[in-house]
Design a protein around this ligand. Sequence first.
Ligand SMILES: [Zn+2]
Length: 150
Amino acid sequence: MASAKEQLSAYLKAKKMRQTPERTEILDFIYSQSSIVDVEDIYNAMHDRFHVCLPTIYSTLDILQKCNLVTKHTFNSKTVCYSKVVSGIGHYFRICLQCGTYKEFTDLKLDKSVSIRTFSAFTVFHHSLYLYGMCKKCSSKTKKKIIIVR
Ligand SMILES: [Zn+2]
């Protein structure tokens, strides 16, 4: 299987796009992280070594998504994050509808279930799951409000 850099290189070559050090560096940064990153994380990691601007980061992230190398996660209207694509390993999140906080978790059983699931007319490249609910903090605040009202 081709490495992430080889996949990116092949895509850029096929689309007749330039292979810039910035694009490779953004890919390297995302793949060096164990969890999700946002545009600010990428900018902060790169701005001291490269003259990189936000449009470059966004356009690179767009390319990386088209190559199936990066997954975009939108948790609410303001929060967008990115993660590397690892074959057979999903990205699972719990998202509080009250305060908007989100936490990533791992689930080997879900990974296994998805990896053995086949479809006759569909190939799975990667997967994510979002569980929406209420965090413990918001839950306890809600309970306190109910007690006060009574
Ligand atoms: Zn909450």
